[in-house]
Design a protein around this ligand. Structure first.
Ligand code: HEM
Length: 411
């Protein structure tokens, strides 16, 4: 991997990596991939294809969906599901893809954490990835509003209520501008203006932002190349020359077309088999039964909870009273952005070769699963205790990260 100077700006960061000469060189040459990688390096491709499935199925759904509080519910649950030929299929594909893409995103993120793929020149890949994560979360949330069922309405109410903000006494009214919540909703409660603006965000602004961010993510990936299973610093020029001179076995790299691509396509085939199995036989897991009742502002559901992929951050909010809860929740949204800066060790190596960091990694993974389970259960009795411990562990892990990585010995 090339050694870059400390960048003085984002423009400088890209100039160093994607200077005109380098771009010409990349275009003129083939693209090389390390041999020492496993199926987890196919997750990026799986994500790109799942996003395409969302775009295509979304375009079909748009043809019959009506963004109007009086028509939205029926346009989804009767027109699309029962009247339009294969409308049900596009809806199942869209709902299952929206859920499964988060599972793959989490696997992709934790792979990068495990192998330290956010360090030494790869920071921008991580940051652009995190921006994708946040924008995807907004895309999923805005899409959830559109069927205008009970959960759409009440989740919309709860989340926009967050902007009521901190108590004026502690934060000088931060986020607490008078009328901010009403301004966001376009009304005192979620209604027609709310639904129409979330529709615009879901079908136009956020997909455009995601496409731009995918471009940034892929651009950041061109140089340096992807990491590998041992975090080895490979000289791609030497290794690709070795390969082209005929020593294909001895070389540490392989061609993108079609050596790497054939492996990627195999993993994609396995994924799509699982995906269409869910679409045809188990699509209900992605559609909450409470949302099969039309929105009713006079009837609050007994237990309001978000989709499974938001449960961990929702749980971080719950154990606290209003202000600290908001701080903890906001921290959870941005905490993962900080990983490349909190990890103070220069070692790019898999977690199992990094001493205490291995423990940190597995505790974090298990803790996020516990937070997710507790987020779904009612906040009472033993669930409150377990949830509380998991939240403090989550916050503590971010404080511990710089300390344990500073203690880590150099490779
Ligand atoms: C739609 C969303 C995304 C798409 C389409 C995408 C696509 C890709 C692709 C194609 C790769 C190269 C192959 C691979 O390592 O899988 C990659 C690598 C990477 N992505 Fe993503 N990604 C997405 C989201 C994210 C997120 C949410 C993160 C985490 C914050 C992230 C962080 C990374 C990192 C650190 C690498 C480098 C891996 C390495 O060097 O080994 N990506 N991504």
């Amino acid at each position: 991997m090339a050694n870059f100077k400390k960048a003085t700006s984002i423009g400088d960061w890209f100039d160093q990596r994607l200077g005109t000469k380098k771009i010409e060189k990349i275009m003129a040459s083939e693209y090389w991939i390390p041999k020492n990688i496993n199926f987890l390096w196919a997750m990026g491709m799986v994500l790109a294809i799942t996003f395409k499935l969302l775009l295509i199925s979304g375009i079909f759904l748009m043809m019959y969906y009506k963004p109007d509080v009086d028509l939205a519910f029926d346009s989804v649950n009767y027109t699309i599901m029962a009247e339009v030929g294969y409308g049900w299929l596009w809806r199942h594909i869209h709902a299952v893809a929206a859920s499964v893409i988060f599972l793959i995103v989490y696997i992709h993120m934790f792979t990068a954490i495990y192998y330290g793929s956010y360090k030494q020149g790869r920071e921008m890949i991580w940051i652009s990835g995190m921006l994708l994560f946040v924008t995807f979360s907004a895309e999923a949330f805005s899409g959830y509003m559109l069927p205008w069922g009970q959960m759409s309405y009440w989740a919309g109410m709860v989340i926009t209520n967050i902007f009521e903000g901190f108590s004026p006494e502690i934060a000088g009214g931060m986020l607490n501008a008078p009328g901010l919540v009403e301004w966001l909703r376009g009304d005192f409660v979620p209604g027609d203006a709310f639904l129409t603006r979330f529709y615009m965000l879901h079908v136009l602004l956020l997909p455009l932002a995601i496409l731009g961010l995918i471009g940034l993510h892929f651009g950041a990936l061109r140089i340096p190349h992807v990491n590998n299973q041992d975090g080895e610093d490979i000289d791609f020029e030497v290794e690709s020359k070795k390969y082209l001179a005929g020593d294909t076995k001895g070389s540490k790299v392989m061609r993108f077309q079609f050596d790497f691509l054939s492996k990627d396509i195999f993993v994609l085939g396995v994924f799509l088999t699982f995906f269409f199995y869910l679409v045809f036989y188990h699509f209900t897991f992605a559609l909450d039964p409470v949302n099969l009742d039309p929105a009713n502002g006079l009837k609050t559901p007994a237990h309001i909870y978000p989709e499974w992929y938001f449960l961990w951050s929702y749980e971080v909010l719950r154990p606290f009273a209003k202000d600290p809860g908001l701080v903890a929740f906001m921290f959870a949204q941005v905490a993962f952005f900080l990983i490349p800066f909190l990890d103070r060790s220069p070692n790019v190596a898999p977690a199992n070769k990094r001493g205490l960091f291995a423990i940190w990694f597995w505790v974090m993974l298990v803790d996020m699963i516990v937070l997710t389970i507790m987020g779904k259960l009612p906040p009472e009795g033993i669930f409150n205790v377990i949830g509380g411990v998991a939240v403090w562990t989550f916050l503590g892990l971010f404080i511990a990260l710089p300390i344990i990585t500073m203690l880590e010995k150099k490779k």
